[in-house]
Design a protein around this ligand. Sequence first.
Ligand SMILES: [Fe+2]
Ligand SMILES: [Fe+2]
Length: 143
Amino acid sequence: MKDAKELLNLLSHAFEMEYNDVFLYLREAERVKRKLRDGEKLAKMFEEFSMTELRHADRLSSEIISLGGKPVWKFAELETESSIHKILDKHIENEMHAYNHYKKIMGYSMSKDFELAVSGIMQNEKYHMEKLIEFYNKLELRR
Ligand SMILES: [Fe+2]
Ligand SMILES: [Fe+2]
């Protein structure tokens, strides 16, 4: 059994990542609507992802509290990429990073209930990654 303090740190980091994505997806949804031809579709996808990340953050925060921690999110300047390709690239990287981070979390001992929640979150992040890659490839074809 690994250290509970370590798990709490990993959960806190996950919480921050989720919150950053909640805001980043929302902000970029607005941008792609304006900038991109057929931007509506991607904007909808980003808005949907933002809501999912919000649910993840919510589940993490209750777990952090139940472990005696305090969920904290510091508002930081969010960096937005300049092109649609870069925006997608960045999110693909973030989703992959999140997926791997949760995989690491799964190595710790936790309640059955939370374990199920984390494996559900991992499935969501994988789905996000696949959808982003799909959209990226379609953009490439249109170039
Ligand atoms: Fe997430
Ligand atoms: Fe995600």
